[in-house]
Design a protein around this ligand. Structure first.
Ligand code: AMP
Ligand code: MG
Length: 438
C-alpha cells in the first residue's frame, strides 16, 4: 500500500509490524542454522500416516508409483480407437463387444468398428485411445452405439499413466505442514508412515502478582489467569508439545528461576505479561543475564509492547540449544493478536515449514471503522454473507485489548494496514479467518 501524503505517519518511534516480522524471521533463521549444526537424529521422527496431521514433513516424499498406474477412462462411456473419427460420415456406429469396470480390466483387443462399454477409472483396453461419454450416445441397443462424429476428437476423455504424478518425483515437498489432503495423497501412493520434524517443545507461563490459577479464590484486585488457556488453544492447533510453567510472581528471583526452568526443557518459551512500560525494566534486567532479548514498542493495536530474542543454552541442557523467547503483552486479546501476527509464523518457520503465513481474504465493511495511520490494527469482527451475496464484516463491539468477549464472538480479524486511514462503509478490507477449513 502506498503512503498517502494526506495521512501523516504518527507514532513514528514505534516499530512497523513488517519490520518486527522480518527481525523475528532473521533470528529464527540463525537459530535454525545453529540447530542444524548440532545434527540431532531425534529431530526427525517417523509417524504413522493417521498421526501425521499438522506435523511438518521433514524430507521430500517421493512417489513410489505412477499415478494413475495405467491409462484409464475419465468418463463413463464407450472406448474405441480414435482413427474411426477420421471420416466424412456424420454419424459413427460401433459394435459393443464387452464392458471394462474400474478394478476389472478388459483383457481382449478392440478392433476396427468395435468399442467397449467403460466405467470411469477403468483401464483403457488394448487398441483404444478415446472415450465417448455416455451422454453423447444417440442410439444404444446394448449391441451397438451411435454418436455424432463432431462430438469429440481423438484421445479425448483418456487419462494417461503417470499424468498426475510420475514414479520417483516429489509428491509432497519437505516443509509441508501436513493437511488432510496430504494424508490422502500419501495413502493413495501406498505410504503408511511419514518422516516428520519432531514436535517443538513450547513452554508457556503467565507473569503477574494479580493472577490466580483456576480453582483458587479471587481476592480483591486479583483476576484469573486466562492467557495460558488461550495460548494452549492456539498452540494445540499446531500439534506441539506444550510445557505449562504456570503462573509466576512479579519478583526477580521467581521470574529468573521460571525462565531457567523453561529454557532447560523447551525449544521455545512464550510468556505473557510484564513487558509493558513500568514492568519492562524489571524483566529487562533478568533477560540481560539469561540471553539476548530486545524490548519492542510495535506500531500495532492491540499488542504494542513485546519482548523477543533467544535465551542462552542452560548449563546441562542436551543438546545445548538456545531457546526462542517471546515475551507477549499481558492483555488477553493482545496475547492472541501477537501470537497470530508473530509467534505462529515463527514456530512454523523454526520447525521447518515452508509456508508460514495464514491466508488473507477480503470483505466489505458494513459500517465505518475509525483508524489512525501509523499503526497496524487488528479488529475483531464477524464475517457473514449478506442478502446481496457479498462477504461483509461487522466489528464485535468494544475493541479494548483486555476484552476477550468481543474476541470470542468474532470469527475473523479485520486487518487495517500501517498506512491505512479511516474506513468508510462499503470499503473492502483485509480479513484473516480464525478457522481455516482445510
Ligand atoms: P501487563 O502486560 O503485565 O502489564 O498486563 C496488562 C494487563 O493484562 C493487566 O491488566 C493484567 O492484569 C492483564 N493480564 C496479564 N496477564 C494476564 C493473564 N495471564 N490472564 C489475564 N489477564 C492478564
Ligand atoms: Mg503485569
Amino acid at each position: 500500500m502506498s503512503h498517502s501524503p494526506n495521512q501523516p505517519i504518527l507514532l513514528t518511534s514505534s516499530l512497523h509490524v513488517d519490520d518486527a516480522r522480518k527481525a523475528i524471521a532473521g533470528l529464527v533463521k540463525d537459530l535454525i542454522q545453529e540447530t542444524a549444526a548440532i545434527k540431532d537424529p531425534a529431530d526427525i521422527e517417523t509417524v504413522a500416516l493417521d498421526q501425521a496431521i499438522n506435523r511438518i514433513l521433514a524430507i521430500d516424499l517421493l512417489s513410489p508409483i505412477d499415478v494413475p498406474a495405467a491409462d484409464n477412462s475419465a468418463m463413463d462411456g464407450f472406448a474405441f480407437n480414435g482413427k474411426c473419427l477420421d471420416t466424412n460420415a456424420a454419424v459413427i456406429s460401433l459394435k459393443v463387444i464387452g464392458t471394462a469396470y474400474a478394478g476389472k480390466p478388459y483383457e481382449g483387443f478392440i478392433g476396427k468398428g468395435e468399442c467397449l462399454k467403460i466405467m470411469t477409472g477403468a483401464v483403457m483396453p488394448n487398441g483404444c485411445d478415446t472415450v465417448i461419454p455416455q451422454e453423447f450416445i444417440t442410439s444404444n441397443d446394448a449391441l451397438a452405439i451411435e454418436f455424432k462424429q463432431d462430438q469429440l476428437k481423438v484421445g479425448e476423455n483418456r487419462r494417461f499413466r503417470g499424468e498426475d504424478l510420475q514414479q520417483g518425483k516429489p509428491a509432497i515437498a519437505a516443509g509441508r505442514l501436513l493437511r488432510p489432503s496430504d494424508l490422502g495423497l500419501a495413502a493413495s501412493l501406498g505410504i503408511v508412515s511419514l518422516q516428520v520434524k519432531r514436535k517443538l517443545k513450547v513452554a508457556i507461563l503467565s507473569s503477574g502478582d494479580e493472577l490466580r490459577a483456576l480453582g483458587q479464590t479471587l481476592v480483591p484486585g486479583s483476576i484469573y489467569d486466562s492467557n495460558r488457556y488461550s495460548l494452549t488453544g492456539l498452540l494445540n492447533r499446531l500439534n506441539l508439545d506444550i510445557i505449562d510453567c504456570g503462573i509466576v510472581r512479579d519478583d526477580p528471583a521467581s521470574l529468573k528461576q521460571a525462565f531457567i526452568e523453561a529454557a532447560s526443557k523447551a525449544d521455545v518459551l512464550i510468556s505473557s505479561g510484564g513487558v509493558s512500560v513500568g514492568e519492562a525494566d524489571f524483566t529487562k534486567q533478568i533477560m540481560q543475564e539469561l540471553g539476548d532479548v530486545g524490548f519492542w514498542k510495535i506500531a500495532m493495536r492491540p499488542g504494542r509492547p513485546m519482548a523477543f530474542g533467544a535465551l542462552k543454552p542452560v548449563p546441562g541442557k542436551s543438546p545445548a540449544r538456545k531457546t526462542l523467547f517471546f515475551g507477549l503483552p499481558g492483555n488477553p486479546v493482545a496475547v492472541m493478536v501477537t501470537f497470530y501476527q508473530f509467534v505462529r509464523a515463527a514456530l512454523l518457520q523454526f520447525n521447518g515449514a515452508n509456508q508460514t503465513e495464514p491466508p488473507l481474504a477480503q470483505a466489505i465493511a458494513e459500517a465505518p471503522i475509525r483508524k489512525k495511520p501509523g499503526r497496524t490494527e487488528f479488529q475483531r469482527a464477524i464475517l457473514e454473507r449478506k442478502a446481496d451475496g457479498k462477504p461483509t464484516v461487522r466489528l464485535t463491539g468494544s475493541q479494548g485489548a483486555g476484552i476477550l468477549r468481543s474476541m470470542s464472538e468474532a470469527n475473523c480479524f479485520v486487518i487495517l494496514g500501517h498506512e491505512q486511514g479511516n474506513i468508510a462503509a462499503g470499503d473492502w478490507v483485509d480479513i484473516a479467518l480464525f478457522d481455516g477449513l482445510l
